[in-house]
Design a protein around this ligand. Structure first.
Ligand SMILES: NC(=O)c1ccc[n+]([C@@H]2O[C@H](COP(=O)([O-])OP(=O)(O)OC[C@H]3O[C@@H](n4cnc5c(N)ncnc54)[C@H](O)[C@@H]3O)[C@@H](O)[C@H]2O)c1
Length: 326
């Protein structure tokens, strides 16, 4: 018998996605029903402290299991991970956290008959030669350790579903753009950092060239994808941890043009580094028709709407900070 009540544990909650997804889940299910956890304790001002917070290294099975039992958790939203750029600096740490952390989540899921595990994948599952619009099914030959771990996790998701009936679900997120927490060392971080510079009136040095085009998604759509997939009836799902989800796709030039509608004097200089090669190995866009057909995926934000909202949010954030400092 699977547990019915909703008690969600979010791992990696102090990261870019976790910070906002935890708030969203607490709004839906109640503050006491969503336990936030991370290996890093958030600063005192963090909204993660508005509910339960537990310090947790997901590579430690016993600690992970203890927290699941202590809070009678039935759903794990497993976000703890080492992303692409940081993963290339420390590939073994990337493998250990991403693979062993996820195996711990899956094994706890089986042992305690958890209701669901949400574990995001990424556009990093693709590698050089991927079609410009990546299909749902196709060859996955990533060149980064991060990409390798994401392909492995997708396969593990299928394996645990078939062998143990574990309900694990996930989407291949594109680059996520958000204003609350800074990104944690991925290849698409430039699409967030650029806004901080624009709003501060400073020049931005971009680590990929102006023609780099990648799929991206604004945080409200990132949250919507997680919540909607978590709530979709299992009978409707034709995939487990590997749903393509598209939203917008743009090159850096187009992003700059859109930002200049708000800041006409915004300056940018291009100094591509090792992350250019990673970006070039990822698709421009994705075919997400299975997500649309199976569980009604539909993003709300396009480039102009995202840019306008990001700028508004960051201006507000800076004003609040200034008020606090005075
Ligand atoms: N942000 C994106 O653009 C993006 C795109 C595709 C997929 N994803 C996926 O979404 C998930 C969340 O990504 P994010 O952007 O929030 O990443 P992030 O780097 O901002 O956050 C990851 C969090 O995991 C924590 N962490 C690291 N090692 C840990 C450990 N051993 N135990 C517990 N916590 C640990 C970090 O402290 C951090 O707070 C990841 O699976 C990532 O691969 C993110």
């Amino acid at each position: 018998m699977k547990k019915e009540t909703k008690r969600i544990l979010v791992t990696g909650a102090n990261g870019q996605i976790g910070t906002e997804l935890t708030i969203a889940l607490r709004k839906i299910y109640g503050e006491e029903s969503v336990v936030a956890s991370d290996i890093v304790v958030p600063n005192a001002e963090s909204t993660l402290h508005n509910g339960i917070f537990e310090t947790l290294d997901v590579t430690n099975f016993d600690d992970f299991e203890r927290i699941v039992r202590r809070h009678n958790v039935d759903t794990i939203v497993h976000l703890a991970a080492i992303l692409s750029a940081v993963g290339e600096a420390n590939p073994m740490r990337c493998w250990n956290v991403n693979i062993n952390g996820t195996l711990n989540a899956f094994n706890i899921g089986v042992k305690h008959q958890l209701s669901k595990i949400f574990v995001p994948s990424s556009i990093a599952v693709w590698g050089p030669g991927v079609p410009k619009v990546a299909p749902q099914e196709g060859i996955l030959k990533p060149r980064t350790m991060y990409g390798l771990t994401k392909v492995t996790i997708e396969l593990l998701g299928d394996y645990y579903f078939q062998k143990y009936g574990l309900d694990c679900r996930g989407v291949r997120y594109p680059g996520i753009i958000s204003s609350e927490a800074l990104p944690g060392g991925g290849t698409t971080d430039y699409a967030v950092e650029i806004f901080y510079k624009a709003v501060a009136g400073e020049k931005f040095i971009c680590f990929v060239n102006e023609n780099t085009r990648l799929p991206m998604m604004y945080m409200p759509d990132c949250i919507k994808a997680a919540v909607n997939l978590l709530n979709a009836p299992i009978e409707q799902l034709t995939h487990h941890c590997d749903y393509n989800v598209g939203s917008m796709s743009f090159d850096v030039k187009s992003l700059v043009e859109e930002i200049r509608k708000h800041y006409p004097n915004f300056e940018i200089e291009f100094k591509p580094d090792y992350r250019q090669e990673i970006a070039d190995s990822w698709p421009d866009d994705v075919d997400d028709s299975d997500a649309r057909n199976d569980w009604g995926w539909q993003p709300d934000y396009d480039l102009p709407r995202m840019v306008a909202d990001m700028i508004e949010k960051l201006k507000l954030k800076i004003t609040k900070k200034e008020i606090k400092q005075n």
